[in-house]
Design a protein. Sequence first.
Length: 211
Amino acid sequence: MGRGKIEIKRIENASNRQVTYSKRKNGIIKKAKEISVLCDAQVSLVIFASSGRMHEYCSPSTTVVDLLDKYHKQSGKRLWDAKHENLSKEIDRIKKENDSMQIELRHLKGEDISSLHHTELMAIEEALDAGLAAVRKKQMEYHSMLEQNDKMLDEEFKRLQFVLQQQEMAMGENAMEMENAYHQQRMRDYNFQVPFAFRVQPIQPNLQERM
């Protein structure tokens, strides 16, 4: 008996659906490889599973981008909108400018200049002279700034040194005043403790007269 005809509809069972997807995905990729080898055809195959995972195959003799470009030209369909086309043109323009700048940089370094004309060499020399002048000017500004900063620091140091000397002098004067006040207080305390002066007199006041 032959196999019965399978009705093509969505498989509701998730496990069975995944098994069927894996088998048929491998089968269609195998067929794409076969037609690419047997018939020298250029094939590009992209499959997205329901989970979002991507599987792809492309003939070894080409790339997906090249095939999309061919499709775009032969079908006349716009795969990209005007915004993307303008962006692509802008990227190409920037690449060209970058290549040109890289060449100019090598020339400024003295590389690959054997094929340049006299006028081009003169232009490079003028550019180098202008750059050197700008560097020297910047160096002068930097040195001037350093000198100004040194001067400011020196003035600030002298000011702080003067303030410190004034403080030391004031502290010395205060110490002397405190010491004088202390001695004066000691004298006052001593005078208070000895209020009367004693006079020593001989025991026999008339002894000297008799002699």
